[in-house]
Write a protein that binds this ligand. Structure first.
Ligand code: ZN
Length: 103
């Protein structure tokens, strides 16, 4: 069991919607977890490696699913992959580091 971040009632661990207040929990399912392009598990641009880490599953499975999806969707999945390369930051780009303070 975990607690709803909105109303603090006990809910199922895999709940995507709070049964008490009706809040959508999907976005906060993995608090603090960010989608990134993996540096360590990278075949093309690290999208699948990062997704695998984000979703807690094998990146190879995601690659296989993506390739199958590319055929089934007549290339839409390939375009989606290209879009994600630009949208999703690299693993080392989301690591917090000191920013220069502008005065
Ligand atoms: Zn709730």
């Amino acid at each position: 069991m975990k607690k709803c971040p909105y109303c603090a009632e006990e809910i199922q661990d895999d709940a995507i919607k709070c049964k008490h207040c009706g809040s959508n929990l999907a976005a906060s399912h993995w608090p603090g977890k960010k989608l990134y392009r993996s540096r360590s598990d990278r075949k093309l641009a690290g999208i699948c490696g990062g997704l695998g880490d984000y979703l807690n599953c094998d990146p190879t499975l995601i690659r296989v699913a993506w390739v199958i999806g590319a055929f089934l969707s007549a290339g839409v999945a390939v375009l989606a992959y290209l879009a994600l390369i630009f949208i999703v930051p690299n693993e080392d780009e989301i690591v917090p580091r000191p920013r220069p303070v502008s005065v």
